[in-house]
Design a protein around this ligand. Sequence first.
Ligand code: MRU
Length: 353
Amino acid sequence: MEKSEPIIHSSLRTVEWKDDKVVMIDQTKLPNQLVFVEYNDYNQVADAIRTLVVRGAPAIGVSGAFGLALAALQSSAATKEELISDLEKAKKILFETRPTAVNLGWGLDQIMKVANNRTRVDQIKESVINEAKKMAEDDIKINKKMGQNGSTLFDNNDTIMTHCNAGALATVAYGTALGVIRATKESGKNVKVIATETRPIQQGSRLTAFELKHDGFDVSLIPDTAVGYSMANGLVNKVVVGADRIVRTGHVFNKIGTYQVATMAKQHGIPFYVAAPLSTFDLKTKAEDVIIEMRKGSEVTGIGDKKTAPDDISVINPAFDMTPPELITGIITEKGVAKPPYEESIKKLFEGT
Ligand code: MRU
């Protein structure tokens, strides 16, 4: 159900559990309207993830968890076995919405673990909801810690380039890459941001530019094609982006175009950082086995309702690409900053977890 009057909040909270419903910002409406949608059915949450009402790796992880919490409330199961079976069915539907960000599967697995550890139906329902709520609160704490860890890498008067949206709108609040920029500013340093437009669906112009302006940052928008120009002309000191999946070798999967930005940064000797929580790491899958989501051609053949390409043109529209470890200066996490060689430093991040 959509509320007719947009509600303007001073700080953005992307997804939230309220009165047994999931409330989220409809990101497809930004930057023109800040509209909140409410869901009481996990199928609606699955649709919201699929259609990018909510997007960004940590945000879809928490949304998936809230989806399972709704599934628990919706279930009329009388026994633990029946309830687990209902949850497994919901998990499959939620999991199949988007393939690349590992946080979705991570969030769903966390909830299933909690459900399986309880015995009574009422206990399972209660603990699943509590765990999903906790996951949302933890996401904000983790982003703040990551921000503090990353802020030491940035200097006063830096101009920082970012790609896509790895901000409050891609998480529950605060952000990963934009969280690092926020924490740098909060530490008293003066920073400017350059946001890439991020075609085809413009998370940079629609979301990052909106979010940073909303929060009072000095932000300039560039077309994706001006990354080289900006770097060659000394407009950028550092780059920080988010990630959808990082494998044990340090290969980073993130929004399409990240690889180009990283390659260009290397060419110009500009440090290129990735900021991501431990829940974005996938230590099991090899880089070559990660599934890159391919999206519909209409995202490329038009902008909004306006057609910008000939009819029946063949389109290749990958939503993500892979940046190899040799282009990455450091990976900022809540446990510290991993530096090359990544096989070793990533392993260390997970020691004792
Ligand atoms: O297709 P999207 O908008 O879900 O892609 C999002 C990104 O690629 C982000 O950079 C990534 O999820 C990191 S978010 C903290």
